[in-house]
Design a protein around this ligand. Sequence first.
Ligand SMILES: Cc1cc2nc3c(=O)[nH]c(=O)nc-3n(C[C@H](O)[C@H](O)[C@H](O)COP(=O)(O)OP(=O)(O)OC[C@H]3O[C@@H](n4cnc5c(N)ncnc54)[C@H](O)[C@@H]3O)c2cc1C
Length: 458
Amino acid sequence: MMTGTQYVASLQDGRRVYLDGERIDDVTTDAGLGQAVRIVARGYDALHRPGDDARNPAFTIPRTADELRARCELLVHHDVTLSLSAVAMALLTSSPALTAADPAAGERIRHWFDECAARDVRFAELITDAKGDRTLAPSQQDDPDLYVRVVDRDRDGVVIRGAKFHTTAGPIVHELVVLPTKRMKAGEEQYAIACAVPANAPGVIQITSSHHARHGHPRDRPVSAQLAIPDSMVVFDDVHVPYERVFLDGDVARSAVIAHSLGLWERLSGVAHMAHLGDQLAGMAQLAAEANGTAGIPHIKEKIAEIVIYATMTRACLEAALGNVDVNEDGMLLPSELYTNAGKLHAATGYAVMVRHLHDIAGGTVVTAPSFADVDNPETAGFIEKYLRGARGITADHRLALFHTIRNMTADEWGGREAVSWLQSGGGLFAQRTVTRNHYDMNAAKSTALALMEATDG
Ligand SMILES: Cc1cc2nc3c(=O)[nH]c(=O)nc-3n(C[C@H](O)[C@H](O)[C@H](O)COP(=O)(O)OP(=O)(O)OC[C@H]3O[C@@H](n4cnc5c(N)ncnc54)[C@H](O)[C@@H]3O)c2cc1C
């Protein structure tokens, strides 16, 4: 397994990354990206075990209920780069279906997966294409490159061109895993491509957004300091990918199989994270009410109760997803499609309302609190100590820390990124609604309705 130091060194590999109009020669030393690298490096050190047989637990293929649950626990307590191993789980889940058409596909997936586990690498998931006019199919766009496609091939591999968007962690991981974003139709074979590309492969260009603050006091941003990971637009400017790294090539009939599996693993991770997040929102709301002296006021108690119910229902969906598993042909345990998707949809749609309750309870100081730098300044420290304290026994320091945490979590650049991310990640609400509907037993529901009608008639 890699240590944090080895991980940092592994990123100094000539990758082509841009941020704020400049080429970043070394992502590990850049002011913004370097902070994210250090977050991931700490995760490497926390998981590191010596010995050639040691293996990152994110590479454990769940075959028992305990292993599936352990995976969720692991992801919730580490930075998002570990959660992105969902893409490896998606490939393994899809392996039997892909192998039915291409007998060597499963072997290539397994070989690549084992090699990634041995190197202890991190992945990015590249599914979201540029898409141009969203109502037009890939082949109908005025520029054929608006969906990633194969533009050439030789004896050894394919050449891909196009761009993938919103790639979480792209600039600071090793393996960029490209998948078709949706089912392709006959005639769109060039777009049915799934493959793994090293982040430093010639022709790979990442144009990045960093969510790390470059100024201010560290105590102003305790959440992003632990969690903020950059996103990027990844351009494939005629990138050669050897066949051993190609998992789907031209098979339109199976082009949506991996995307569907990724949706399941991404959303399971989303539900697990959001169950934890729900508890954090409830805790923040209660602490804010106590700090402001409003914890006993009926409308505040009602809003906190709503957050508690939101958190509990999200966790209930996670439990149901883990408790109603399927098994694929390779013996891999899969969480329930129905409860995973319904749970993710519930958590994502309710999040904005819960944040509204939190902001309502906490008050405007969430966005106007002075920086901790002003606490360090003797000219302003006294005024802050005198006027920012709250209910009896609540210090200004405690309230400031609380309000900065709420702002960082929900209302600054990182908080805004998170709000959009919870809504869109895992393929967006529409996809979650559709999969939920498809896995719901409507015939059983109709039978119960018919039974009720018969009882009424009788
Ligand atoms: C912070 C963040 C991180 C992300 N991380 C990743 C990542 O690591 N990897 C990755 O691949 N993706 C990632 N995503 C992308 C995410 O899955 C997409 O944002 C999501 O699928 C929506 O795609 P879009 O952003 O292109 O929006 P659009 O496709 O433009 O969708 C916007 C709206 O239009 C609707 N819409 C679009 N087309 C149609 C249509 N034809 N018919 C009906 N309705 C339509 C959608 O349902 C949605 O409501 C991330 C997104 C965010 C915000």
